[in-house]
Ligand binder design. Structure first.
Ligand code: 5GP
Ligand code: MN
Length: 533
C-alpha cells in the first residue's frame, strides 16, 4: 500500500492533493492513503476560525471548507491528528475520532485504527508540562487561556496508548519525541535550525511523554511535524518495553529505573525493535512536506480500502473511562508510584475484556456516518471576514461521537466538561440520510443532507458519576440516545447518592473499580455537594 505522509498541513488541502496527483502521474503509481501530522486546520467557517490559536493576520480560511461543503471531495482516504493550529471547537466534537469531511478522518485526542491491516496509532496536540496532568476541562466558547490549553496533550491519552500490547505499524504525533535528534543527523539538523541548539542543550526540544511512548510502543514508523523541517532517525530499542510507569512530570523513568523495577509482571517482552522516525516540513512551495512510503499490508492487496476500529484500543477506552477528568487542575492516574496495590493500573486488555467489547460491535468497520454540524464558509458573501468581529462559537455535539459513546458505553468528555461547569448541553441534530452515495476510488461515503435540529426527549446516559446538581441540569436539556443495558456489569465503588445511582449505569466489565486515594478524593470532589465525580 502506498502511503503519503504530510508534515503540517496548515489548511492547504487542495495543494496537498494536487501534489499527490502530480507524484502519481510522475511515478505512474497510485497513492492509497494520506496521513497528516497535525496543524490540519479543519475550519468550516469564520466562526471556527475564532477558535484557532493564531494571530489575526494569519487567520486564513484556506481550503478545508470546500471538502466540508462537498464542493470538492478528498480523492484519497486521509487520516489526521491535531496539532496546535486547529478548529478546536470542531475537533472537540470528536474526542474519539470521526469524519470531519467525507473521506477525511480525525483520530481524536488519541486513537488507533487499522487500514487494511496496517495499524495506525496517533496522539493530537503538543506537550506543555503545566497542562499535562489536568483534565479535559475546556469547551467553547474559549477564553484566551482555554483556546490554547485545549490542544495541550493530557496524561490520560498517553496512559491509554501505553496500554497497547499489539504491534503498532505507524505512530503519528505533531511534536517530536524528546531526544529523537540523537538518533539521526543532528549536525545537519542544527545547520538548518541552529536555534534548536539551546533547547537540545536543556533537554527541551520535543515532548517528554512522546519520548516515553516511543520507548513503550516501539512502532515500526513514527511520523511527526511541528518543527518545520525534514528529519529522519533510526531508533534501536532496548529489549524490554515497560508499560504503566508514566507517573508524573517529575518522575519520568530513567533507564536505570526501568531495570530496577523490572519484576516481570508488567513487562511485555519484545524482540528488540527498530523505529524509523520521519519528521516533515509544513506545506509550502519548495519545502519537504510530503513523503511517499510503500508498506506491505498484512491483508490481501485490494483496491478497496477498509478503515476499521482497533479492538484493543476500543477496550482500553472502555476500561479506562472512569479515569477521565474534566477538572482544570492536576490529578493522578493509577500507577505503582501513585496508587495503592489494589487499584488496577495495567489496562492492557484481557481476552475476556476484548471479547466483551467485540460483542458490542457487529463488525469493526468505521461507519461512514459523516454529517455536517455547522454552516460552510461562503467566499463571496464573507470575503471581508478578517475585518469583522466574529464571536467565538458555542459548543456543539456531534452525532458521530454520540453514537460511538452509546455503542461502546463511554462518556463524551465535552459533555462532562460542560455538565461539570453547570452548562446546558447543546441540542444535537438529526440528519436525513441522503441515498446519494459518492464513490471514490477507495471508499464509499454517504453524504448527509442539511441537519434538522430536534428537541430530544430522553436522557443521555452518563457512565461517569457527576454531582447531583449537574445531573439535574442535564434533565432540563435532554438528548435522545439509545441506552445500552448491560446485565453483567458490576457497579463502581465510587460513592454516589441514590439519585445518581438511578441515573447512571456503571462501566466496568472486569474488576476495574476505581478506588480513590485520599489525596485524589479532593480532586474528584464536587464543590457543590461533596459527591465524587
Ligand atoms: P507552529 O507552526 O506550530 O506555530 O510553529 C512551529 C514553529 O515553532 C516551527 O518553526 C518550529 O521550529 C518552532 N518550534 C516549535 N517548537 C519548538 C521548540 O520546542 N523549540 C524551538 N526552538 N522551536 C520550536
Ligand atoms: Mn505546530
Amino acid at each position: 500500500m502506498k502511503i503519503a505522509i504530510e508534515g503540517c498541513a496548515h489548511g492547504e488541502l487542495e495543494r496537498i492533493y494536487d501534489t499527490i496527483e502530480g507524484i502519481e502521474k510522475e511515478r505512474n503509481i497510485k497513492i492509497d492513503l494520506l496521513l497528516c501530522c497535525g496543524d490540519f486546520q479543519s475550519t468550516r467557517n469564520v466562526t471556527d476560525l475564532q477558535t484557532m490559536a493564531v494571530p489575526r493576520k494569519y487567520m486564513d480560511m484556506c481550503t478545508f471548507y470546500k471538502y466540508y461543503s462537498g464542493e470538492r471531495l478528498a480523492p484519497i482516504l486521509t487520516i489526521f491528528i491535531g496539532g496546535n493550529h486547529e478548529a478546536s471547537n470542531y475537533l472537540q466534537e470528536l474526542p474519539y475520532g470521526g469524519w470531519v469531511a467525507p473521506n477525511i478522518y480525525y483520530l481524536g485526542y488519541a486513537g488507533v485504527v487499522n487500514v487494511n491491516g496496517i495499524r495506525i496509532a496517533g496522539i493530537s496536540g503538543i506537550y506543555k508540562g503545566h497542562d499535562f496532568l489536568r483534565g479535559h476541562h475546556e469547551f467553547p466558547p474559549y477564553t484566551e487561556q482555554t483556546c490554547r490549553s485545549v490542544y495541550h496533550v493530557r496524561q490520560l491519552e498517553v496512559f491509554r496508548l501505553q496500554q497497547l500490547s499489539g504491534k503498532v505499524d505507524i505512530f503519528m504525533s505533531h511534536d517530536w519525541p524528546r531526544g529523537i535528534q540523537e538518533y539521526g543527523n543532528k549536525a545537519q539538523l542544527l545547520r538548518f535550525k541552529p536555534h534548536f541548539a539551546e533547547d537540545i542543550g536543556s533537554g527541551q526540544l520535543g515532548s517528554r511523554p512522546l519520548e516515553e511512548l516511543l520507548k513503550v510502543v516501539q512502532p515500526t514508523y513514527w511520523f511527526a511535524a511541528h518543527l518545520h523541517c525534514k528529519f529522519a532517525a533510526l531508533v534501536q530499542h532496548k529489549k524490554n518495553a515497560r508499560r504503566n510507569e508514566y507517573a508524573d512530570e517529575d518522575s519520568a523513568s530513567s533507564d536505570s529505573e526501568l531495570e530496577e523495577h523490572d519484576n516481570g509482571d508488567s513487562l511485555e517482552t519484545h524482540t528488540p525493535a527498530v523505529t524509523k522516525f520521519l519528521a516533515l516540513d509544513k506545506c509550502l512551495p519548495k519545502r519537504r512536506f510530503l513523503q511517499v512510503l510503500d508498506m506491505p499490508t498484512r491483508e490481501e492487496e485490494t483496491t478497496q480500502l477498509k478503515l476499521e476500529y482497533d479492538l484493543e484500543w476500543l477496550t482500553i477506552l472502555y476500561t479506562t473511562n472512569h479515569l477521565i477528568s474534566v477538572k482544570d487542575y492536576n490529578y493522578y492516574l493509577p500507577g505503582k508510584k501513585a496508587g495503592s496495590m489494589e487499584e488496577r493500573c495495567n489496562f492492557t486488555p484481557t481476552t475476556e475484556e476484548l471479547s466483551h467489547i467485540s460483542n458490542k460491535f457487529s463488525n469493526l468497520e468505521v461507519p461512514l456516518n459523516f454529517c455536517r454540524t455547522a454552516s460552510t464558509f461562503d467566499p463571496v458573501e464573507q470575503q471581508n471576514f478578517k475585518h469583522l468581529y466574529v464571536e467565538q462559537p458555542k459548543a456543539q455535539l456531534n452525532p458521530q461521537c454520540t453514537e460511538f459513546c452509546a455503542l461502546l458505553g463511554i462518556d463524551d468528555p465535552l459533555c462532562l466538561a460542560m455538565l461539570a461547569n453547570g452548562k446546558q448541553l447543546p441540542q444535537t441534530f438529526s440528519f436525513k440520510q441522503s441515498p446519494a452515495k459518492i464513490n471514490t476510488p477507495n471508499t464509499t461515503v454517504v453524504e448527509s443532507t442539511e441537519p434538522v435540529a430536534v428537541l430530544a426527549t430522553s436522557k443521555r446516559k452518563l457512565n461517569l458519576m457527576l454531582p447531583a446538581l449537574k445531573v439535574s441540569e442535564l434533565e432540563k436539556n435532554v438528548i435522545e440516545l439509545p441506552v445500552e443495558q448491560e446485565a453483567d456489569e458490576k457497579p463502581s465503588i465510587v460513592p454516589v447518592t441514590q439519585d445518581a445511582k438511578e441515573e447512571i449505569a456503571p462501566i466496568c466489565v472486569s474488576p476495574n473499580l476505581k478506588k480513590l486515594k485520599r489525596r485524589n478524593q479532593s480532586i474528584y470532589q464536587s464543590e457543590d455537594n461533596g459527591e465524587i465525580i
